[in-house]
Design a protein around this ligand. Sequence first.
Ligand SMILES: CC(C)(COP(=O)(O)OP(=O)(O)OC[C@H]1O[C@@H](n2cnc3c(N)ncnc32)[C@H](O)[C@@H]1OP(=O)(O)O)[C@@H](O)C(=O)NCCC(=O)NCCS
Length: 166
Amino acid sequence: MPAVRIEPLAADHRNALAAFVESISEQDRVFVDRTLISQVKVAGWTQAVPERRLVAVDDDGSVGGLVTVSRGVGWSAHTADVRVLVRSSHRGRGVGRALAEAGVELAASMGIEKLTVETMAANAGGQATFLSLGFQVEATMQGQVRDDTGHLQDIVILSRWLTPSS
Ligand SMILES: CC(C)(COP(=O)(O)OP(=O)(O)OC[C@H]1O[C@@H](n2cnc3c(N)ncnc32)[C@H](O)[C@@H]1OP(=O)(O)O)[C@@H](O)C(=O)NCCC(=O)NCCS
Protein backbone atom coordinates (compact mmCIF):
# COMPACT_ATOMS: atom_id res chain seq x y z
CA MET A 1 0.00 0.00 0.00
CA PRO A 2 1.51 3.37 -0.98
CA ALA A 3 2.19 5.82 1.86
CA VAL A 4 -0.39 8.54 2.36
CA ARG A 5 0.91 12.00 1.55
CA ILE A 6 -0.81 14.65 3.63
CA GLU A 7 -0.27 18.26 2.62
CA PRO A 8 -1.86 21.67 3.01
CA LEU A 9 -4.48 22.41 0.38
CA ALA A 10 -2.88 24.64 -2.22
CA ALA A 11 -3.61 26.18 -5.59
CA ASP A 12 -2.10 23.28 -7.54
CA HIS A 13 -4.64 20.85 -6.02
CA ARG A 14 -7.44 22.76 -7.66
CA ASN A 15 -8.44 20.27 -10.38
CA ALA A 16 -7.89 17.23 -8.15
CA LEU A 17 -9.95 18.87 -5.42
CA ALA A 18 -12.78 19.62 -7.83
CA ALA A 19 -12.77 15.93 -8.86
CA PHE A 20 -12.78 14.92 -5.18
CA VAL A 21 -15.75 17.18 -4.37
CA GLU A 22 -17.54 15.84 -7.45
CA SER A 23 -17.05 12.26 -6.18
CA ILE A 24 -18.68 12.92 -2.78
CA SER A 25 -22.14 11.41 -2.34
CA GLU A 26 -25.01 13.69 -1.27
CA GLN A 27 -25.06 11.84 2.04
CA ASP A 28 -21.40 12.63 2.76
CA ARG A 29 -21.50 16.27 1.67
CA VAL A 30 -22.34 17.29 5.20
CA PHE A 31 -18.78 16.38 6.18
CA VAL A 32 -17.24 18.97 3.89
CA ASP A 33 -17.38 22.54 5.05
CA ARG A 34 -19.89 24.48 2.98
CA THR A 35 -17.35 27.20 2.31
CA LEU A 36 -15.20 24.75 0.39
CA ILE A 37 -18.03 23.39 -1.74
CA SER A 38 -19.24 26.86 -2.67
CA GLN A 39 -15.71 28.00 -3.35
CA VAL A 40 -15.05 25.02 -5.62
CA LYS A 41 -18.26 25.86 -7.45
CA VAL A 42 -17.27 29.47 -7.96
CA ALA A 43 -13.64 28.48 -8.54
CA GLY A 44 -12.46 31.00 -5.97
CA TRP A 45 -11.43 28.64 -3.20
CA THR A 46 -7.88 29.90 -2.86
CA GLN A 47 -9.07 33.07 -1.14
CA ALA A 48 -8.20 33.48 2.53
CA VAL A 49 -10.80 31.85 4.76
CA PRO A 50 -10.86 30.98 8.47
CA GLU A 51 -10.91 27.23 7.77
CA ARG A 52 -7.60 25.42 7.44
CA ARG A 53 -7.48 22.29 5.28
CA LEU A 54 -5.15 19.39 4.52
CA VAL A 55 -5.56 16.87 1.75
CA ALA A 56 -4.44 13.26 1.30
CA VAL A 57 -2.83 13.00 -2.11
CA ASP A 58 -2.19 9.86 -4.17
CA ASP A 59 0.91 9.25 -6.28
CA ASP A 60 -1.07 10.28 -9.36
CA GLY A 61 -1.98 13.61 -7.75
CA SER A 62 -5.61 12.74 -7.05
CA VAL A 63 -7.14 13.80 -3.75
CA GLY A 64 -8.31 10.87 -1.61
CA GLY A 65 -9.42 12.75 1.47
CA LEU A 66 -9.73 16.05 3.23
CA VAL A 67 -9.53 17.31 6.80
CA THR A 68 -10.89 20.72 7.73
CA VAL A 69 -10.16 22.54 10.98
CA SER A 70 -12.56 25.42 11.66
CA ARG A 71 -11.75 27.71 14.57
CA GLY A 72 -14.64 28.82 16.78
CA VAL A 73 -15.52 32.49 17.00
CA GLY A 74 -15.70 35.00 19.85
CA TRP A 75 -15.70 33.32 23.24
CA SER A 76 -15.13 29.93 21.56
CA ALA A 77 -12.03 31.07 19.66
CA HIS A 78 -9.89 28.63 21.68
CA THR A 79 -11.85 25.72 20.17
CA ALA A 80 -12.09 24.24 16.70
CA ASP A 81 -14.32 21.79 14.89
CA VAL A 82 -12.59 19.11 12.84
CA ARG A 83 -14.09 17.17 9.95
CA VAL A 84 -12.60 14.35 7.93
CA LEU A 85 -13.87 12.93 4.69
CA VAL A 86 -12.24 10.08 2.74
CA ARG A 87 -13.24 9.12 -0.80
CA SER A 88 -15.35 5.94 -0.63
CA SER A 89 -12.84 4.04 -2.79
CA HIS A 90 -10.02 4.92 -0.35
CA ARG A 91 -11.66 3.92 2.93
CA GLY A 92 -10.39 1.20 5.28
CA ARG A 93 -6.68 1.69 4.66
CA GLY A 94 -5.66 4.27 7.23
CA VAL A 95 -6.27 7.46 5.25
CA GLY A 96 -8.95 8.71 7.66
CA ARG A 97 -6.77 8.12 10.67
CA ALA A 98 -3.76 9.82 9.04
CA LEU A 99 -5.90 12.84 8.13
CA ALA A 100 -7.46 13.03 11.60
CA GLU A 101 -3.99 12.87 13.19
CA ALA A 102 -2.73 15.58 10.86
CA GLY A 103 -5.81 17.67 11.71
CA VAL A 104 -5.02 17.40 15.42
CA GLU A 105 -1.43 18.49 14.77
CA LEU A 106 -2.62 21.38 12.62
CA ALA A 107 -5.03 22.51 15.35
CA ALA A 108 -2.26 22.35 17.95
CA SER A 109 -0.06 24.50 15.70
CA MET A 110 -2.91 27.03 15.48
CA GLY A 111 -2.95 27.30 19.28
CA ILE A 112 -6.33 25.57 19.55
CA GLU A 113 -6.99 24.31 23.08
CA LYS A 114 -10.02 22.09 22.54
CA LEU A 115 -11.14 20.14 19.48
CA THR A 116 -14.64 18.83 18.77
CA VAL A 117 -16.02 16.44 16.18
CA GLU A 118 -19.69 16.07 15.39
CA THR A 119 -20.99 12.88 13.89
CA MET A 120 -24.12 10.79 13.75
CA ALA A 121 -24.43 8.29 16.61
CA ALA A 122 -24.77 5.54 14.00
CA ASN A 123 -21.45 6.46 12.34
CA ALA A 124 -19.20 3.81 13.88
CA GLY A 125 -16.28 4.52 11.57
CA GLY A 126 -16.34 8.26 12.25
CA GLN A 127 -16.33 7.70 15.99
CA ALA A 128 -13.68 4.94 15.89
CA THR A 129 -11.35 7.21 13.93
CA PHE A 130 -11.37 9.89 16.64
CA LEU A 131 -11.78 7.68 19.74
CA SER A 132 -8.51 5.98 18.86
CA LEU A 133 -6.85 9.43 18.86
CA GLY A 134 -7.86 10.18 22.44
CA PHE A 135 -11.19 11.88 21.79
CA GLN A 136 -14.03 11.11 24.18
CA VAL A 137 -17.78 11.28 23.80
CA GLU A 138 -18.79 14.55 25.47
CA ALA A 139 -22.43 14.86 24.50
CA THR A 140 -25.25 13.22 22.63
CA MET A 141 -27.92 15.39 21.04
CA GLN A 142 -31.04 13.40 20.51
CA GLY A 143 -32.90 13.61 17.23
CA GLN A 144 -30.65 16.48 16.15
CA VAL A 145 -30.62 15.62 12.42
CA ARG A 146 -33.00 14.07 9.94
CA ASP A 147 -31.35 11.46 7.72
CA ASP A 148 -31.91 10.79 4.01
CA THR A 149 -34.79 8.46 4.80
CA GLY A 150 -36.56 11.09 6.91
CA HIS A 151 -35.75 9.50 10.28
CA LEU A 152 -34.41 11.52 13.19
CA GLN A 153 -30.88 10.58 14.25
CA ASP A 154 -28.82 11.42 17.31
CA ILE A 155 -25.62 13.41 16.98
CA VAL A 156 -22.59 12.55 19.07
CA ILE A 157 -20.06 15.23 19.93
CA LEU A 158 -16.56 13.95 20.62
CA SER A 159 -13.92 16.19 22.09
CA ARG A 160 -10.27 16.28 23.02
CA TRP A 161 -8.34 18.87 24.97
CA LEU A 162 -4.99 19.73 23.39
CA THR A 163 -3.90 21.59 26.52
CA PRO A 164 -4.82 20.81 30.12
CA SER A 165 -8.41 22.10 30.61
CA SER A 166 -8.85 24.96 33.05
C1 LIG B 1 -14.92 7.93 8.92
C2 LIG B 1 -13.91 7.93 7.77
C3 LIG B 1 -13.20 9.29 7.74
C4 LIG B 1 -12.87 6.82 8.06
O1 LIG B 1 -11.91 6.86 7.02
P1 LIG B 1 -11.03 5.57 6.68
O2 LIG B 1 -9.92 5.99 5.79
O3 LIG B 1 -11.90 4.48 6.21
O4 LIG B 1 -10.49 5.23 8.15
P2 LIG B 1 -9.23 4.36 8.57
O5 LIG B 1 -9.02 3.24 7.62
O6 LIG B 1 -8.08 5.27 8.81
O7 LIG B 1 -9.72 3.79 9.97
C5 LIG B 1 -9.74 4.63 11.13
C6 LIG B 1 -10.29 3.85 12.31
O8 LIG B 1 -11.72 3.70 12.17
C7 LIG B 1 -12.08 2.33 12.17
N1 LIG B 1 -13.16 2.20 11.20
C8 LIG B 1 -13.18 2.66 9.93
N2 LIG B 1 -14.37 2.40 9.35
C9 LIG B 1 -15.11 1.75 10.31
C10 LIG B 1 -16.44 1.25 10.34
N3 LIG B 1 -17.23 1.34 9.28
N4 LIG B 1 -16.87 0.69 11.50
C11 LIG B 1 -16.08 0.61 12.59
N5 LIG B 1 -14.81 1.10 12.61
C12 LIG B 1 -14.33 1.64 11.49
C13 LIG B 1 -10.82 1.60 11.76
O9 LIG B 1 -10.81 0.28 12.27
C14 LIG B 1 -9.75 2.44 12.43
O10 LIG B 1 -9.68 2.17 13.82
P3 LIG B 1 -8.26 2.19 14.60
O11 LIG B 1 -7.64 3.54 14.35
O12 LIG B 1 -8.64 1.97 16.03
O13 LIG B 1 -7.46 1.09 13.98
C15 LIG B 1 -14.60 7.61 6.39
O14 LIG B 1 -15.39 6.46 6.51
C16 LIG B 1 -15.48 8.76 5.89
O15 LIG B 1 -15.01 9.65 5.19
N6 LIG B 1 -16.78 8.74 6.29
C17 LIG B 1 -17.72 9.81 5.96
C18 LIG B 1 -17.36 11.09 6.73
C19 LIG B 1 -17.27 10.86 8.24
O16 LIG B 1 -18.00 10.08 8.81
N7 LIG B 1 -16.34 11.61 8.90
C20 LIG B 1 -16.09 11.44 10.34
C21 LIG B 1 -16.74 12.49 11.17
S1 LIG B 1 -16.14 14.12 10.82
